[in-house]
Design a protein around this ligand. Structure first.
Ligand code: ZN
Length: 273
């Protein structure tokens, strides 16, 4: 059963560059049933009432101790100059850690990130340990008031998501998943309606790691370990400059959660179960 988050997490850090905090009012209730459209197709949720884009927040609390670590590969459309000046929006050390620890992982990538780091995008897209999902092309907000992010107009929302899929294909990602994470986690009924034709499942989270702009890895680690429950989706970031502690957090959190009996899965497995 999918439930909706209505609380606002106070730990949010406001930024136009990297906003992924729990979140604004979310009045639309998604359909609770998971469906699979074809044997090899990734599972998605059935559309909500009126055909609205369904929203997934966490998996079953009663089907074993599974948890999905998710990483937003953030880069905003206007940050090319900063990348050219040497700012790192990628995090190869984090990816290496996830590989070394053999953690099945879902990466929500912006199209702009895939353009900046096509080899890394392709490598993630072709590694069965990972699945690449959509975090928009521009990392602009899909609602009017979302942590200071620039906004996408209603008539450009669908195109922004489809442009990200096109960027993934150009980078060599063969089968990006039909999962979409709203920049900043901000959405409303209008945004869900605008994305209906794309056929994505919107993916939120129930655990905020707080890694955005964090400098205290132990505090982030504690927040994850205290927040994770069976079926949890944890939001973290794959952006070195704005989330510098994430690799250290992962190296600590993964063995500790395994000791507690948790098994790491991709979002697709949580949705499918
Ligand atoms: Zn983001």
């Amino acid at each position: 059963m999918i439930t909706l988050v209505r609380r606002v997490t106070a730990a949010c850090v406001l930024s136009a560059a990297l906003a992924s905090c729990a979140a604004t009012p979310q009045p639309v209730r998604p359909a609770p049933s998971a469906t699979t459209t074809a044997p090899s197709a990734p599972p998605t949720l059935a559309p909500g009432p009126g055909g609205l884009t369904p929203v997934f927040k966490n998996g079953s609390r009663t089907h074993g101790r599974t948890v999905a670590l998710t990483f937003d590969a953030d880069m905003t459309a206007d940050q090319g100059a900063r990348a050219a000046a040497g700012e790192h929006f990628d995090n190869p050390g984090l990816i290496a850690a996830l590989r070394a620890l053999k953690v099945p992982t879902t990466v929500f990538m912006t199209g702009r990130w895939a353009e900046q780091y096509p080899e890394q995008a392709r490598s993630l897209g072709r590694d069965p340990l990972f699945e690449v999902a959509n975090h928009s092309y521009s990392h602009y907000a899909f609602t009017g008031d979302c942590y200071g992010l620039p906004t996408v107009s209603g008539d450009r929302m669908r195109a922004d998501v489809e442009r990200a899929y096109a960027a993934f294909r150009r980078a060599g990602v063969p089968d990006a998943r039909p999962y979409f994470r709203f920049p900043g986690g901000c959405y409303d009924r209008r945004a869900l309606k605008a994305l209906t034709p794309v056929g994505v499942t919107a993916v939120q989270w129930d655990v905020v790691s707080g890694d955005a702009f964090a400098t205290d890895a132990e505090a982030v680690t504690r927040q994850v370990l205290e927040g994770v429950r069976p079926g949890s989706v944890v939001v973290m970031h794959c952006t070195r400059s704005a989330a510098p502690t994430t690799e250290r957090v992962v190296r600590t959190v993964v063995p500790q959660l395994r000791e507690r009996g948790f098994r790491f899965v991709k979002v697709s497995e949580l949705i499918g179960s």
